[in-house]
Design a protein around this ligand. Structure first.
Ligand code: FAD
Ligand code: UDP
Length: 379
């Protein structure tokens, strides 16, 4: 073995694929019973509808290198993601666009009239110097829209006051002064034609790659555990960074999600793939309806699969999904970063290993850079 990769998500598989392609023998271990990390999907047995087990995953990127790379393993459909929000029993288009603004204010503003109105409603904070999510949100869309669509939804999602959340979280949502309600603004977008798992399996399908599932890096009863390999074999670790160091600097805050999946005896439950629920009176954040991700497929017309999503703080037993990133978390992370630099022959990557929000294209792009800059020619 030339390289041990801990974690078979997109980060780990990209590293493994690149190393295998360069003639290196790679072992990938994952503690789960399936490949693919959080992007894993499977057919719901009663309906055959592809369900994303760890929450809906939409692929999009403007990075040409990543786009070329991922197309080696899968083709993409022409799916374009759109999201709606139910606020007080009325449905509005997201992200906030001219359609949302005109519906909310019961008006017919032109783009420049809408800009003028929002600028007035947003003047209490300046976008550039906004210190936290609340200030940034208000500076971008004004207080009334912020309070309707962002404040309660974000509080439900993060269970952290919006004044303590980093401004970047909200920067991911564009604001548009036209009627374009594409959720993402990237050059390339689509869903893998044969599903995520087929794509992930294609990445691992190489004679130089061996995948071992149900194998935990910290389980000393399996031979490729931390104590046995660190310093002896190069390791790329994509699990949680605080867990690696046995929480020596304290726990980093994560958010986890609970999913409630149901098969319903109707052909179409909500008419779209994702409906957000903006209000604090509804306990879930959104409902996914998976059939709408693949309108090109021949799914049953009398049944559908929906999933309610609930958000809460993760305990050590839960799946860590989103870094909370409070100021205390960021201080701890700096200490962990110092520790990672002292680990012999271990590189930390991916969403969990770097405690960073990474979309799939970012995880893949960052793994390609790690391969090019730190591993190629050295292992
Ligand atoms: P992961 O996929 O989390 O993989 C890490 C792997 O490491 C896991 O399989 C885990 O089991 C394994 N592991 C951890 N600890 C150990 C251990 N001790 N021993 C062995 N194995 C271990 N991205 C998008 O681009 N679009 C989206 O719409 C999108 N939606 C998302 C929705 C949700 C709810 C979540 C959580 C993420 C979403 N993402 C989305 C992000 C996407 O999931 C990540 O970018 C991608 O999964 C990152 O891959 P990764 O390899 O870093 O991590
Ligand atoms: N957001 C919101 N209301 C919405 C949708 C998003 O307030 O209806 C905010 C929320 O803070 C969220 C962020 O925008 O964390 C990013 O949204 P996105 O849909 O990208 O979140 P994710 O899919 O990663 O949960």
């Amino acid at each position: 073995m030339d390289l041990l990769v801990v974690g078979s998500g997109f980060f780990g598989l990209t590293i493994a694929e690149r190393a295998a392609n360069a003639g290196k023998k790679v072992v990938v271990i994952d503690r789960r019973d399936h490949i693919g990390g959080n992007a894993y999907s499977e057919a719901e047995p009663e309906t055959g509808i592809e369900v994303h087990r760890y929450g809906a995953h939409l692929f999009h990127t403007s990075n040409e290198t990543v786009w070329e790379y991922v197309n080696r393993f899968t083709e993409f459909t022409s799916y374009v993601h759109k999201v709606y929000s139910n606020f007080k029993g009325e449905v509005y288009p997201l992200p906030i666009n001219l359609g949302t603004i005109n519906q909310f204010f019961r008006s017919a503003y032109s783009p420049s009239e809408a800009r003028e109105l929002i600028a007035k409603q947003a003047e209490e904070f300046d976008t550039k110097s906004a210190q936290n999510l609340e200030e940034k949100g208000i500076s971008l869309i004004g207080r009334p829209l912020y309070e309707a669509f962002i404040k309660d939804y974000t509080s439900k999602q993060w269970q952290t006051p919006t004044t303590e959340l980093p401004a970047e979280v909200i920067s991911r949502l564009p604001v548009r002064y036209n009627y374009d309600n594409r959720y993402f603004s990237d050059t390339h977008e689509g869903l893998p034609v044969n599903g995520y798992t087929a794509w992930l399996e294609n990445m691992a399908d190489h004679p130089n790659i061996e995948v071992r599932l149900n194998t935990d890096f910290f389980d000393e009863s399996q031979p490729l555990n931390k104590a046995a390999v660190v310093g002896k074999v190069p390791v790329v670790y994509t699990g949680p960074v605080d867990r690696y160091f046995d929480y020596a600097e304290g726990e980093l805050g994560w958010r986890t999600l609970d999913f409630e999946q149901q098969v319903l005896p109707v052909g179409d439950f909500q008419g779209t793939s994702v409906m957000n629920y903006a209000g604090a009176d509804v306990p879930y954040t959104r409902i996914h309806e998976f059939r709408h991700f693949h309108p090109e497929r021949d799914y049953p017309t009398d049944k559908t699969v929906i999933m309610h999503e609930y958000s809460r703080f993760a305990t050590r037993e839960d799946e860590p999904y989103y870094p909370v990133n409070t100021p205390e978390d960021r201080e701890r992370l700096l200490k962990y970063r110092e520790l990672t630099e002292q680990e012999p022959k271990v590189l930390f990557g991916g969403r969990l290993g770097t405690y960073q929000y990474l979309d799939m294209h970012m995880a893949i792009g960052s793994a390609l850079s790690m391969w090019n800059n730190k591993l190629e020619g050295t292992i």
